[in-house]
Ligand binder design. Sequence first.
Ligand code: ZN
Length: 163
Amino acid sequence: MDRADLQARAWDAAASVPDPEVPCVTVADLGILRSVDIDADGVAVARVTPTYSGCPATLAIELAVETALREAGFETRVERVLSPAWTTNWIGADAREKLREYGIAPPVEASGSIRSLFGETEVACPRCGSTETARVSEFGSTPCKAHYRCEACLEPFDYFKCI
Ligand SMILES: [Zn+2]
């Protein structure tokens, strides 16, 4: 197997790791897994960028990626890459859809709406799509999320914070 094949196999193994906080999406979906390379010694080097510094899930993610690569038969090393900083723009379109189906409002990209001009985020309810939503608390089930309530269907939901 040449290096390109090995690299593709290593990427597939690492990319299949689910996010520990939002298991409906993988670390690759969220853009946390940046790359997997095979170095000169045949070691799979995975690069991981935390969603934000201090996120308690980062260590769990690094360990899970390392384990997945070892189980796929690789010697491995996981490196933490802090620059460029992770941004919610790295979350792919498929992953946004998966988050919504899971009941988590995906992060809103900078929009030109009136509310965003005043520093407010227009968060659409993942269940009914209404933007008549109110932030209940800055922190949801995990520090990466804020807790919201939909004024239209009255359902509470988590919003994946935009950073
Ligand atoms: Zn709703």
